[in-house]
Design a protein around this ligand. Structure first.
Ligand SMILES: [Zn+2]
Length: 430
């Protein structure tokens, strides 16, 4: 349901079709089949395989991303149901120490800014294993986590973080309201991209927020994705890719106003937006919002042709990475991977990099050990494997954490090992 200025009406979501061809925009309902980038067919990036599964068929789905010509929402068709993707999730936020530290700094800053105390209530959507809410719990501030993956919710409860296992949307929010659970602070970090029914989710946030409450959300910034060539952050679990221009329209359609924005370095460049009810005059809109909106306009994010250049850049990145790896293998170098993140799987599958180039990868998450990367079937070992086999190169797949990883693996220099960082373009760090 769309009004005359092209924004969806609050609480009423247009029904998206399931495929990319002829797809209706997830937000405004316009036909959104202008191609942003086509990464071919790829498996679900979190579907790590056991040894036995290597002998079975493996489902691949299109990774074809389009942009809406009206609201400029960059989006992927809902090829796979979210229940299938998220009911058992392998990603535990606490395995990244820099991410936990990022969350701790945020909780301190926001607690001071909003004067939060034990009379307030904080809700986090997609609260994962309690990596963030634990810091509020330690300060005596009541919290509730909402997390769709039961295995991850169990880990949160073990940390003392009350966590409810469900998918969030308008219905779940009305359920919170009935229980008297509205938020003074409503947090959603790296969740909005993963929501198939965007309008229902934002409508739910409107319901779950107290009259003078504040929403903060973090998500990768589309402008950084485009400028930094971060095509590997595209995967089936990420249905939407946001600019400030687009997210402002989406929130406005649901009676929410962005009153501040921070540009932060996580995930290769993210936005942290601050929102309130549109009819809450207590927080004026900060200058930062106008400034970033103008920069996005100057970068062309309000023009369709700016989105068309992206695919050429992605193809060139693939060619350069393969050239480097082919040359290394011709010189009899051994290459190991570091990390088994979702983004690594997009990169490896799109580029066709398998055990012909990478002997194995390692990860700190024990859940992934002795499994295999989807599609490429590269085996995953504990990090000690690198010390044992002394590879010539270590390809860093979670390049957003490259400084942390280069510090942790400084010992590879003992045998002359070097790091390869694939994005924004292939780079070797001795
Ligand atoms: Zn649209």
């Amino acid at each position: 349901m769309v009004n005359e200025i092209g924004t969806a009406v609050a609480g009423v979501s247009p029904a998206p079709t399931s495929g990319a061809l002829g797809m209706a925009c997830r937000f405004c309902g316009e036909r959104a089949d202008h191609v942003f980038v086509d990464l071919g067919m790829s498996p679900l990036c979190e579907s790590y395989l056991t040894l036995r599964q290597l002998n079975e068929m493996e489902p691949f789905y299109p990774l074809r991303v389009t942009v809406c010509p009206r609201c400029f929402l960059v989006q992927l068709g809902e090829y796979v149901s979210p229940q299938h993707i998220f009911s058992e999730y392998a990603y535990f936020s606490s395995y990244s120490s820099s991410w936990v530290e990022h969350a701790r700094r945020y909780t301190e800053a926001i607690r001071t800014r909003l004067n939060l105390n034990d009379k307030n209530f904080v809700i986090e959507l997609a609260s994962n294993d309690g990596y963030l809410l634990q810091h509020f719990v330690q300060s005596g501030i009541p919290v509730l986590g909402i997390e769709p993956a039961e295995n991850v919710a169990v880990a949160a409860r073990a940390k003392g973080v009350p966590t409810r296992c469900c998918f969030f949307g308008a219905e779940a929010a009305r359920d919170l309201l009935v229980r008297g659970e509205q938020a003074d602070l409503l947090i959603g970090n790296n969740v909005l991209a993963q929501v198939p029914d965007l309008n229902d989710f934002v409508a739910g946030m409107k319901i779950a927020l107290k009259p003078h409450g504040v929403i903060t959300m973090e998500f990768p910034h589309l402008m950084c994705l485009m400028e930094g060539n971060q095509f590997d952050t595209i995967y089936h679990e990420h249905f939407s890719y946001f600019s400030l221009l687009t997210i402002e329209q989406i929130f406005a359609a649901h009676g929410l106003t962005l009153f501040d924005v921070d540009e932060i370095s996580t995930h290769g460049g993210s936005l942290r937006i601050y929102a309130r009810h549109t009819d809450d005059p207590s927080r004026p809109v900060a200058h930062a919002v106008d400034q970033l909106r103008s920069r996005e306009q100057r970068a062309g994010l309000n023009r369709l042709e700016s989105y068309s250049a992206f695919e050429r850049q992605v193809k060139e990145t693939k060619r350069r990475l393969l050239e480097f790896l082919i040359e290394a293998k011709r010189n009899h170098k051994s290459i190991a991977g570091y990390g088994a993140p979702g983004k690594g799987n997009t990169l490896l599958n799109y580029c066709g990099i398998r055990t012909d180039f990478i002997d194995y990868t390692v990860d700190r998450n024990p859940y992934k050990h002795y499994k295999f990367l989807p599609g490429t079937h590269i085996p995953i070992f504990p990090p000690e494997r690198i010390q044992e086999t002394r590879p010539d190169y270590v390809l860093i797949l979670p390049w957003n954490l490259k400084n942390e990883i280069i510090d942790q693996l400084a010992y590879i220099r003992d045998w002359g090992g070097k790091f390869i960082v694939p994005i924004p373009e292939v780079q070797v760090c001795a």
